[in-house]
Every structure is written in C-alpha cells, then in structure tokens.
Design a binder for this molecule. Structure first.
Ligand code: BG6
Length: 296
C-alpha cells in the first residue's frame, strides 16, 4: 500500500474505477496528485516543489492546522503540513459508510517538540477517499484529548491548488456579493461585486460564510471543478501573480498562470473544542466537463 515517492518519502496511491487515481504523502498528510480517467492531473504541483522536510510541499492539498496564515504565534499555516503523519490502522467508524470507495486513513498526534509551541494534546484523523466516478473526498476529524480539562482553538484550511490552463480564462462562481477579508490589506473587510470572480492581478482573499458549493470554471480546458465543503464556513482564494511568484523560492516565475488556490477554510471564527469534543471538516472535489454543468 505504501510506496516510495520523491526523495524516498512514503506515499500511498489510491486507484478507483477505470483509471482514477490520487496520491497522498505521509509527509504533510498531503494529497499531491489527483487524476481523472484520462490520466490528466487535476491538481497543480510546482515544478520547483521541494519534497524535503522541513519545507512544506508546494502544490496539491496542504493542510493548514492549527493556524491558517500568519495571524497567531505559530509558523505560517501551522505545522500539520510539515509533519510526518502515520497510517491509522484502526480509525473509529464513520457515520456514513465508505462503500464503493477507495480510501486511506492517516493520523497526526503532537510530538514533544510541537507541544512546546502549541501545548495541547489532540488526535487529527484524516481520511482521503476516491469515489467511483473519481471524486476526491477529504474528511478531517480533530479531537481534543487534553487531560487537564483545557479547551483549545484553531483555524484550518484545505489549501487546494487547482490546475488550470490559463488563469485569465478562469472564473469562480459561488462567492459573488459575499463579504471578504483582504489578506493583502491586513485583513480589511470588503464586499464582493455581483459578478463571478475573474483574475487579472494578485489576489489573496478570505470569503466569509460562503455557500457549501463553489465552482471553478476553466474555460479553455472546458472543465469545471466543483468543490463542496462541510464544517468550513470560509473560502480563501489565492493567486500570487507575477511579482509575488518571483519572490517564492519553490514556485516558478510563470506558474501562477496555471494554478488557482480555492481553499475550504475556517478562518474568521476559530473552532474551539473542549476535552473529548471532536470537530469534523469535509472537502469534496469533482471535475466535470463544463458543458455538463453550465450549458456552455
Ligand atoms: C494562502 C494565503 O492561503 O497561502 C497567502 O492566503 C499565502 O497569504 C499563500 O501567501 C501561500 O502560503 P505559503 O506559506 O504556502 O507560501
């Protein structure tokens, strides 16, 4: 089940149906690949991605936990994305049975070093599943296992990098008219216009209390990504554009044209768990020909 990936890092490959596949690295608990039945890669992975600790992997679906972004005392986007996760051989049952699905269960627990920075005990269980029609599903279950009655709070994101053919031909539907915090302006609050979102410069926004369904339409590829989320009220949209791209060491200068991050997240209001309590956050992705869902 587990095989060696880049630089000898352990990865798990999931296969389903005709030719759908996904890859998950134990480093970061990170999905690094998701392919449709034509063998086309649906997630962006930078050509300059460094598959080596302690750098997080630039692309796929990094997990931001227990802190999204730089607001807080921890490193940017928390530490879950650069820790080694383990395979969870005995996960507690899911309320909805995973019939007809291929999946892997991972678990992250704090190391002694982590506990110095974030002094809490927790179990973070992640299931990555591939459905019969190639849908990719991620379920996170985070439990407070503090022995001393202490609650903890965290923010979270599935930092999904979608692969797109040309960012200037992409639009996002489902975020119109919503309030957002602009990360480029110290999280100042604004309200989005009524049109679908298109891209012509750097964007780094946290849309608040969004609908559970968001669509990313790639006009050139005639492909629509449909993202469904549960337990994650916010959605972050990020593209560094040309100037910022040059400043990111593990990101090619022109790669911004071929990616868009739309991240199911809980940022504005942090999630608080009392000991024994569990939080669940789900992400479901599908990729369909555009004509099927918008009549284009
Ligand atoms: C986005 C943030 O989610 O991630 C941006 O909103 C940030 O502010 C980007 O630049 C990338 O972060 P990192 O740490 O992976 O370079």
């Amino acid at each position: 089940e587990v095989c060696k990936g880049i630089n000898g890092l352990d990865k798990v490959v999931l296969r389903e149906g005709r030719a759908f596949s996904a890859e998950v690295y134990l480093y970061g608990g990170q999905v690094t690949s998701w392919k449709n039945d034509h063998g086309e890669e649906l997630l962006f992975m930078s050509n300059k991605a460094i598959f080596k600790p302690p750098k997080p992997i630039r692309g796929g679906i990094p997990i931001c936990f227990p802190q999204f972004g730089s607001h807080g005392s921890l490193e940017q986007h928390g530490f879950a994305r650069n820790r080694f996760w383990s395979i969870d051989t005995d996960p507690p049952p899911f309320p909805t049975a995973s019939i007809n699905k291929t999946f892997i269960d991972l678990i992250l627990r704090p190391s002694e070093e982590d506990a110095k920075h974030w002094p809490h005990s927790y179990e973070f269980r992640l299931r990555v599943a591939l459905g019969p029609s190639g849908d990719l599903m991620l379920t996170s279950r985070i439990r407070n296992t503090n022995p001393d009655g202490k609650p903890f709070s965290f923010t979270f994101a599935y930092h999904t990098y979608f692969s797109v053919s040309d960012i200037s031909e992409v639009r996002v539907e489902g975020l119109e008219t919503l309030d957002y915090l602009d990360n480029m302006l110290e999280r100042e609050r604004f309200t989005e216009q009524g049109d679908a979102i298109t891209f012509e410069s750097e964007v780094d926004k946290i849309y608040l209390s969004t609908p559970t369904k968001i669509a990313v339409l790639d006009h050139e590829k005639k492909r629509t990504f449909v993202m469904r989320k549960d337990g994650l009220p916010d959605a972050v949209v990020w593209n560094p554009w040309d100037k910022k791209a040059k400043a990111i060491p593990d990101f090619g200068d022109d790669e911004y044209k071929h990616m868009l991050c739309v991240e199911a997240a809980a940022v504005e209001k942090s999630i608080t768990l009392r000991p024994g309590e569990e939080w669940k956050g789900r992400l479901e992705l599908s990729a369909v020909p555009s004509s099927y869902c918008s009549g284009q």
